[in-house]
Design a protein around this ligand. Structure first.
Ligand code: WQD
Length: 348
């Protein structure tokens, strides 16, 4: 397929672009560099690395999904078979501080894109959603038919839930769409080459990039956000999934559309089905890095839930996809990326 990937220069985007290329798809990638870095020629540093790994050129355009004329120009110049929509602001804490920026960027950006897909008859649509839409799960492991919406504690999660509702209503009204909603759990790690990985701007919000920056000596200590949760060791439990497995889930979503034809709208959890605690994750990276990682107990983060991990059975059955990598490979590849790129992509 010829695929438009929005937000393709970021952590998830660059790994997804690589797996799409490895599977023979042709692409155009757009990004506004909100969560990625341009090189001196205005190309995405991460995608130049993907070109090195894949040996394939990547047509890239700096486009903001809020700029409709700029975005429409992309649809005017190429005929796409599918769109994979990753572009979004994604920091949970930041979204509580800047709700309007998140609603405008994530909702209006998605509405602009979906409207142009309709106008140019691109009806195969893969959407990057998040386990956050489940709020505080009533039972574990979480299945796709679990309640979503109530209990979402941040504007970021609200935007993902609202976009899911928009897509559900479109699919009901216009059955010719093929829409796959992918609910990511906690993506970590890096491509085994160590050429691409997670390169958060500023101090990392998420656990594992923070832990690896402490291991490399860039940050002093890992703050443990509470140890009184109802979990085996009291610290938060999450379903961490290797970024390469997550990226391959997008290829499987396109394969499902190709294989089945009219699927309407389907929702899949992209997780391993296994939960690990904060302390287990720190210990796993200590083992992978051979470094001692200092920690200190801190107050729980507002809105944080005790445990969140999925039942991945539906994706295994219908996407014919399951996570292949375990915790050891996640930490091995995360450390390999961190050691090879102590300053992230900025060193280019
Ligand atoms: C993981 C665990 C923290 C940092 C969020 C979004 C989700 C997705 C991933 C975008 C929790 C604990 C963390 C730290 C800590 N983002 N922690 N010290 O909150 O599960 O999910 O990011 O799609 O949508 O909701 O991920 O990595 O922030 O936290 O103790 O310095 O680590 O309390 O238990 P989270 P996280």
């Amino acid at each position: 397929m010829h695929v438009l990937v929005t937000g393709g220069a970021g952590f998830i985007g660059s790994h997804t672009v690589l797996e799409l290329l490895n599977s023979g798809h042709t692409l155009t990638v757009i990004d506004n560099f909100a969560n990625s870095i341009p090189d001196s020629d205005g190309n995405a540093v991460s995608l130049k690395r993907v070109e090195t790994i894949s040996g394939k050129k990547i047509p890239f355009k700096k486009v903001d999904v809020l700029n409709v004329p700029q975005l429409e120009e992309v649809f005017k110049t190429e005929k796409f078979d599918a769109v994979i929509h990753l572009a979004a602001l994604k920091a949970v804490g930041e979204s509580s501080a800047k709700p309007l920026e998140y609603y405008i960027n994530n909702l209006c950006g998605s509405l602009n894109l979906i409207s142009l897909c309709k106008k140019y008859n691109v009806k195969n649509f893969v959407f990057s959603s998040s386990a956050t839409v489940y709020g505080s799960p009533k039972s574990l492991p979480i299945r796709e038919d679990a309640q979503t919406g109530p209990g979402i504690t941040n504007p970021y999660g609200q935007t993902k839930h609202m976009i899911e509702q928009i897509l559900i209503d479109i699919a009901k009204a216009e059955p010719e769409w093929n829409i796959v909603i992918l609910r990511y759990f906690n993506p970590v790690g890096a491509h085994p080459s160590g050429l691409i990985g997670e390169d958060p701007k500023g101090v990392p919000n998420n656990l594992m990039p923070f832990v690896s920056q402490v291991a490399i000596g860039k940050l002093p200590v890992v703050k443990i956000f509470g140890n009184k949760f109802d979990t085996p060791d009291g610290t938060g439990v999450r379903d961490y999934i290797h970024i390469v497995d997550l990226a391959r889930g997008h290829v499987s979503a396109l394969d499902r559309i190709s294989r089945e034809g009219n699927i309407g709208l389907e929702v899949y959890n992209l997780g391993t089905g296994k939960g690990y605690s904060v302390l287990e994750m720190v210990a796993a990276l200590e083992k992978a890095s051979g470094r001692k990682i200092p920690t200190e107990l801190s107050v729980p983060r507002p809105g944080d839930i005790a445990s969140c991990y999925c039942d991945p059975a539906l994706a295994a059955e219908k996407l014919q996809w399951k996570a292949e990598y375990g915790l050891e490979e996640m930490c091995r590849d995360l450390w390999n990326w961190q050691e090879k790129n102590p300053k992230g992509f900025a060193a280019e």
